[in-house]
Unconditional design. Structure first.
Length: 92
């Protein structure tokens, strides 16, 4: 069971880092730091969007934006930390 808990912990941690990367990339695009015409940036944005949007969509439907600021990634990261701690508590 310890190996399963480690695997789940690693997958959740990796997903949290992908969420953070998606948020930072969206900020860089919004402030005009990176060009979406660049093929690598375009592909990275598409990949991160496909990976993170299915999990973010339910939170975005429930949580309103606060002055144009989307807090759904923060709520999802907190939920993933809670899930990770729950898995570690019961599987170890």
């Amino acid at each position: 069971m310890n190996a399963l808990a480690n695997l789940i912990d690693t997958v959740i941690t990796l997903y949290i880092w992908l969420l953070i990367a998606a948020v930072v990339l969206s900020w860089l695009i919004a402030f005009g730091v990176v060009n979406t015409g660049n093929r690598f940036v375009y592909q990275l944005r598409g990949f991160l969007g496909q990976i993170t949007e299915p999990a973010l969509r339910p939170f975005r439907n429930m949580i309103p934006t606060f002055g144009g600021i989307d807090v759904s990634p923060v709520v999802l990261i907190l939920a993933l930390y809670f899930l990770r701690d729950l898995v570690n508590e019961y599987l170890r």
